[in-house]
Design a protein around this ligand. Structure first.
Ligand code: FAD
Length: 275
């Protein structure tokens, strides 16, 4: 089995912390190479990421990769975080631009993730393995798809070791993206980000926001199951596992699962892959 990794978000209540602990315990048994923790741009959400990576590392013994987004942040703030992560012994980061929360006026000292990657390399040398984001279906704010490919390459040229993609449900988009950036000279591993399907209406809303396309045939099949949650989960696990198998057969170097802090949907996909 190629390398797998799991993404979590920072819980904010005791109930959510208990849910994360449960998911981390179950998913740890699947031997992830690392787990990553998302970063909310600006303000108090910063500390939740630090608290959550410490929990996953300290209490669960997992290899962690905090996400770090630069939008709205200053050089000094990011240097402080890098110092803290280095002191804690973490060796991996996911470096992002992030999105400016509504109402937050200042974009901060960095405009793009490539500038953040360059800064991390200048400030910490080769200490961290840096992953960046990739968009097989094109980032929603990109000027155009070709410009987006060049901007992706700029992040790798700035020092990224690898990339994790936005989730998608169309394996061809991934293969095409990889071919295109290889032609531009990008050689780092590009790991598909996988969104297991559990709550379809939530997924549809979220996908509209982040520009991930759900193929019509999947939407139609899901809608036909309506409120039958068990059937939605079964179909979702089948569809996503089939896509994962195609990705791996086609050369994807690993799989990164967006767990949403729950184990069941991710386990269902991995169980099918192992069978
Ligand atoms: P960039 O690579 O900087 O690209 C952003 C846009 O700017 C693109 O359209 C790109 O084409 C364009 N661009 C880049 N460089 C230039 C240039 N020189 N000139 C003109 N245009 C340019 N968000 C969070 O807030 N927290 C998280 O923890 C988080 N984790 C994520 C994990 C993964 C694996 C992925 C795929 C996304 C994640 N996101 C997260 C979402 C991400 O922050 C948003 O998609 C954001 O809008 C872009 O971030 P980026 O790092 O891809 O930005």
């Amino acid at each position: 089995m190629p390398s797998i990794s799991f993404e979590f978000f920072p819980p904010k209540t005791d109930e959510q912390r208990a849910q994360l602990d449960q998911a981390a315990t179950l998913l740890k048994s699947l031997s992830p190479e690392y787990v990553s923790v998302t970063f909310g741009a600006g303000g108090s959400t910063l500390s939740y990421t630090g608290e959550t990576v410490a929990r996953l590392h300290g209490n669960h013994g997992l290899n962690v990769a905090p996400h770090l987004s630069c939008v709205g942040g200053t050089r000094a703030e990011l240097a402080e975080l890098l110092d803290a992560y280095r002191a804690a012994g973490y060796r991996r980061l996911v470096a992002l631009r992030g999105d400016l929360p509504s109402g937050m006026a200042s974009p901060g000292d960095f405009r793009y993730a490539s500038e953040l990657v360059r800064f991390i390399r200048e400030y910490t040398g080769d200490h961290f393995h840096i992953e960046v984001a990739a968009y097989p279906e094109t980032h929603p704010q990109a000027d155009d798809a070709l410009a987006d490919l060049r901007h992706f390459k700029a992040k790798v040229d700035a020092g990224a070791n690898g990339a994790i993609t936005q989730y998608f449900f169309n394996a061809d988009a991934y293969f095409r993206f990889v071919d295109d950036v290889r032609r531009l000279g990008v050689e780092v591993p590009i790991v598909p980000g996988i969104m297991p399907i559990s709550n379809f209406s939530q997924l549809k809303r979220f996908s509209d926001q982040c520009g991930a396309e759900i193929p019509r045939w999947i939407v139609k099949r899901m809608q036909a199951h309506g409120d039958d949650a068990a059937s939605v989960r079964e179909l979702g696990a089948d569809v996503v596992a089939e896509m994962c198998r195609r990705l791996l057969d086609g050369g994807a170097p690993g799989l990164h699962f967006y767990t949403l802090n729950r184990a069941r949907a991710t386990q269902a996909v991995l169980n099918r892959l192992h069978s």
